[in-house]
Design a protein. Structure first.
Length: 431
C-alpha cells in the first residue's frame, strides 16, 4: 500500500502520477494490434486459433454460436435463487434505462422555423461480457438489457467459453432473459475484432459496448472508426472520500470489492482528512483481505494499486477526486450530499455509508459499465442514448428563410463557398 499526505514534500508529484494512469499499457497495445490484424485478415480461422491458444477450447466455426438447446440446458442448471436475483436486476436496470431514454422533441425558436431532435435505435450492436477470471453475469444485464430498452433489434453478445466449450449457465440464462439475440463463444481482443470487422460466420456490428481488461480496452481503441465504441475503459477502480465519522470496516470492504476483480491492475484509493481514520482502514484492509478466497489477486492490488491519501480537508479531497476522475466514487462523509457540487468528474457517485459500490455493480439500476483511468472527464457511463442515433431535424417556411438569406450569403462569402450562398439566394430570386 502507498501512503500519501498533503504534508509530504513530494505529494503533488505522486498525485499527478496517479491522475495520469494509463488505461492500456503500451506493451499490451502492441500485442493486441497483432491479434486484431489477424482476425481482420483471416476471420474464422483466426478465431479458432485464438480460442485454442487463449481459452484452451477447440471449436469449429459452426459451433462458435450458442444453439437453442444450450439455452435450455443452462436454464435447467441455474438455481431459483440465482434466477430471481437476475430477474430482479433486469427489472431495476430496465426501469432506469427507460427513465433515461431520450425522446424526440421540437420547438419553434422564431416564426416559420421548427427545430428538433429525433432518436432512432441502432440496428445491430455488440456487447462484450467478460468471463476470463470470473463469469460477470451482471455485465449481461448492464449492457444487453439497456440495449433492449433502447429498442435495438439485433443484440449480439460475445463471452469466453469455459474449458468444455460451453458458456457459464448463469451468464447464458441472463443473456436470454435480458434480450440477447445472438451469443458467440469468444473473448478478449479477438472477440472485439470479430464484432468490429465481421468474419465468415459473425456479422459485423455498428457499435461495441462493455467492460473488459486492458487487452479488451486496447482492442476497442484499435477498431474505433470501423465501428463505434462506448468508451476505452481498463481495469476497475474505486475511490472513497471519507471523514473521521465513517466506518473504516465498511471502507476497507468496499476497497477490497474492486481489488478482487482479477487482473491485478485494479486500483483502490481512499482519501480522508483524518490520518487516524486512514490508519484504521489500513488495519482493516490487512484483516479482511486475509479472509478472502481470491487472496493472490487481492494482494497484487494491495501491494501496487492501493493508495491511502491524507488530504488537508474535505474540499481538498473532493478536488483530488475530480482530478483522479474515478470509475466509482463513494462519498462516506457526514455531509456527503453537500460535497456533491464540488466533485467535478466520476463515472458513478455513491452517497453515504449505506450505498456500497457493489449495489451499483449488481442491482441498483444505472449501468456499471463506466469510464476508468481518468476518462470520466470526457466519457460517461453506459445509457440508452448510447444505443441510439441522434439526428437534428430542421424545417423552414419561405418567409423564415428569406429573413436569413443575407446572413447565409455573408457566411458563404467569408468562407469562400459560393455554391453555399447560391443555394440560399436562388430561392430568394426564383420567380
Amino acid at each position: 500500500m502507498k501512503r500519501i499526505s498533503w504534508k509530504d514534500q513530494g505529494a503533488s508529484a505522486e498525485l499527478e502520477a496517479l491522475y495520469n494512469r494509463p488505461a492500456c499499457p503500451r506493451e499490451i497495445e502492441d500485442a493486441v494490434s497483432e491479434i486484431v490484424a489477424k482476425v481482420k485478415a483471416e476471420g474464422d480461422g483466426a478465431i479458432a486459433d485464438f480460442l485454442a491458444r487463449f481459452d484452451k477450447v477447440t471449436l469449429r466455426p459452426q459451433d462458435f454460436i450458442v444453439k437453442a438447446d444450450e439455452y435450455t440446458e443452462a436454464e435447467r442448471a441455474v438455481d431459483e435463487n440465482a434466477k430471481q436475483a437476475i430477474d430482479l436486476a433486469i427489472a431495476h436496470v430496465t426501469a432506469f434505462a427507460e427513465q433515461a431514454k431520450p425522446h424526440d422533441h421540437s420547438f419553434s425558436p422564431r416564426e416559420g422555423v421548427v427545430l428538433g431532435e429525433r432518436f432512432v435505435p441502432m440496428e445491430r450492436i455488440g456487447c462484450y461480457i467478460p468471463g476470463g477470471t470470473a463469469p460477470l453475469v451482471s455485465t449481461v444485464i448492464h449492457t444487453v438489457a439497456i440495449a433492449k430498452a433502447a429498442g435495438v433489434r439485433e443484440i449480439v453478445a460475445t463471452t469466453p467459453p469455459m474449458k468444455d466449450g460451453t458458456v457459464n449457465p448463469a451468464t447464458l440464462y441472463a443473456l436470454k432473459r435480458a434480450g440477447a439475440t445472438e451469443v458467440w463463444k469468444m473473448g478478449g481482443a479477438y472477440a472485439i475484432a470479430a464484432m468490429a470487422y465481421g468474419t465468415q460466420t459473425v456479422k459485423k456490428v455498428e457499435k461495441i459496448v462493455g467492460p473488459g481488461n486492458a487487452y479488451v480496452a486496447a482492442a476497442k481503441k484499435f477498431v474505433y472508426g470501423s465501428v463505434a465504441i462506448d468508451m476505452v475503459a481498463g481495469p476497475s477502480e474505486i475511490m472513497i472520500l471519507a471523514d473521521a465519522a465513517a466506518n473504516p470496516a465498511f471502507a476497507a470492504a468496499d476497497m477490497l470489492s474492486q481489488a478482487e476483480h482479477g487482473s491485478g491492475l485494479e486500483q483502490s484509493v481512499i482519501v480522508s482528512d483524518s490520518k487516524a481514520f486512514l490508519d484504521s482502514v489500513e488495519a482493516e484492509l490487512h484483516r479482511q483481505s486475509a479472509t478472502l478466497p481470491r487472496l493472490a489477486t487481492v494482494e497484487k492490488v494491495l501491494s501496487r494499486g492501493t493508495y491511502l491519501i491524507e488530504a488537508e480537508d474535505l474540499l481538498s479531497a473532493a478536488e483530488i477526486a475530480g482530478k483522479y476522475a474515478p470509475e466509482h466514487l463513494e462519498v462516506m462523509c457526514s455531509n456527503s450530499r453537500e460535497l456533491l457540487p464540488h466533485i467535478k468528474a466520476a463515472g458513478a457517485i455513491f452517497l453515504g455509508q449505506w450505498t456500497p459500490e457493489p449495489a451499483g455493480d449488481f442491482t441498483a439500476g444505472p449501468s456499471h459499465v463506466l469510464p476508468t483511468a481518468g476518462t470520466a472527464k470526457f466519457f460517461h457511463g453506459l445509457s440508452t442514448i448510447d444505443f441510439m442515433r441522434r439526428s437534428s431535424v430542421l424545417e423552414y417556411t419561405r418567409e423564415a428563410l428569406m429573413k436569413e438569406v443575407s446572413a447565409i450569403e455573408c457566411f458563404a462569402s467569408l468562407e469562400g463557398l459560393a455554391a453555399h450562398g447560391r443555394s440560399a439566394s436562388i430561392r430568394r430570386d426564383w420567380k
